[in-house]
Write a protein that binds this ligand. Structure first.
Ligand code: NZQ
Ligand code: ZN
Length: 389
């Protein structure tokens, strides 16, 4: 196991009715709030009114950045920064999915920065300070509610980049699974795939002696497989929504990666799909992941042990089979699971053809893929994209 520093400062208020503590949580950190939210789901569910009531009760004036897009755009961030600076905002409150939270994070940092907010996306080291951030999560997927990462796009350049900073970790996150009842089936499935991908990205590592991380990872994967299916078919199932929501936070808050870190594979490849075609992040991941797994197993036979472990411990495949057979079955089961929960399985189904694959492969390969579990160059990425067509 590698050395690591554990730092997960977010206070999580989990469960039914926790919204009643929002006003108190916000007033601990600020006096004038910017409320950041998406395209209107929080108004349809009534959450918006509850949030405003909480702020009013605590005498906190509120300014609003609404309409944050899925795959949030830098233009929204700039608008949020402007609102913060013009109105002396001292706390940012994100209510929504990962896109609203990510946008709010860079707004919070941009409000404390003199230059253009895009600098903070491409130069994470420039994030020195940020306004305090409180979140109310409405979609189990990205884990943004408990980590210091944010992913922002500039569609004019087909760029989608992740940034990160300790200052971006939320102070408080309210996780009420009931607020995910209204998430549509396709987003529930995509969110489940995203959570699973965050786990795969660290589960497939070569750091010796990371038994505890691997067993945690397998437990979280089993949780996603069991409850992802239930939540898709029975959206008001509290047990399923609660387990998925907590899995989303634990998958990427550091618990799995501390001591077992490795450069990620599927995410850099997916970010190019979203950057060029604005597709749903989790859908792109679900399409690429089984093809990435197949490619890795075929090109590096030494990976068979981990794939077989995955097959036995997560999918319950019989241990007495040949290891390679177990590994292949595990990959097939992964593919079948994504199909079963209704996610498209090819790039063509989401409107992606061959036209940009080469440039996308080149850009993805420049995102540190040489340090991944199985190092990937441009030609490898292109082959995985083609296999995913
Ligand atoms: O915009 P609204 O109207 O709120 O609708 C959203 C949006 O259309 C809807 N939605 C959210 N909660 C809902 C709901 N609809 C009904 N009921 C609810 N309770 O769902 C749609 C998608 O929302 P979005 O926030 O875009 O989804 P997600 O949470 O999957 O976030 C995706 C973004 O996060 C980035 C992705 O790349 C993508 O840009 N990621 C962020 C990460 C991080 N910060 O750590 C890590 C991830 O790997 C990921 O890259
Ligand atoms: Zn993700």
């Amino acid at each position: 196991m590698n050395n690591f520093e554990y730092y997960i400062p977010t206070k999580v208020l989990f469960g039914k009715g926790q919204i009643a503590r929002l006003g108190e949580a916000v007033s601990l950190y600020g006096t004038r709030a910017l409320l950041v939210y998406g395209g209107g789901s929080i108004k349809r569910t009534g959450l918006y009114d509850k949030v405003l009531a909480q702020l009013k009760e605590n005498n906190i004036p509120v300014f609003e950045l609404s309409g944050v897009e899925p795959n949030p755009k830098i233009e929204s961030v700039r608008e949020g920064v402007r609102l913060c600076k013009e109105n002396n905002v001292d706390i940012v409150l994100a209510v929504g999915g990962g896109s609203s939270i990510d946008c709010a994070k860079v707004v919070a940092a941009g409000a404390c920065y003199d230059g253009d907010a895009w600098d903070l996306v491409i130069h994470p080291e420039k994030i020195k300070r940020a306004l305090p951030l409180v979140t109310v999560l409405t979609l189990a997927a990205t884990g943004s509610e408990m980590n210091g990462n944010a992913v922002i796009s500039d569609m004019s350049k087909n760029d989608k980049f992740g940034t990160a900073g300790l200052a971006l970790k939320p102070k408080v996150s309210i996780l009420d699974p009931e607020y995910t009842y209204s998430v549509p089936k396709n987003q529930t499935a995509a969110g489940t795939a995203d959570i699973m991908s965050h786990i795969f990205e660290v589960y497939f590592n070569r750091v010796p002696g990371t038994f505890i991380q691997a067993r945690f990872a397998e437990g979280l994967l089993k949780t996603c497989i069991k409850y992802g299916k239930i939540a898709v078919n029975d959206p008001h199932n509290y047990e399923a929504r609660a387990n998925l929501m907590w899995a989303s936070s634990l998958a990427i808050n550091g618990i799995l990666s501390y001591g077992a870190g490795v450069a990620w594979s599927a995410h850099p490849m997916e970010h190019e799909l979203s950057a060029f075609y604005d597709i749903t992040h989790g859908v792109g991941l679900a399409i690429l992941t089984p093809n990435w797994m197949t490619y890795v197993l075929e090109h590096d036979k030494s990976t068979v042990d981990r794939f077989a472990e995955y097959g036995i411990n997560v999918w319950g495949i019989r241990e007495d089979l040949d290891k390679m057979e177990i590994a292949k079955q595990a990959i097939q089961k992964t593919r079948d699971f994504f199909t079963e929960i209704g996610i498209p399985s090819t790039l063509r189904e989401v409107g992606i053809g061959e036209e940009n694959l080469e440039i996308m492969a080149k850009k993805a390969a420049s995102m540190g893929l040489e340090n991944a579990y199985y190092p990937l160059d441009e030609k490898d990425v292109l082959a995985i994209y083609k296999a995913s067509l």
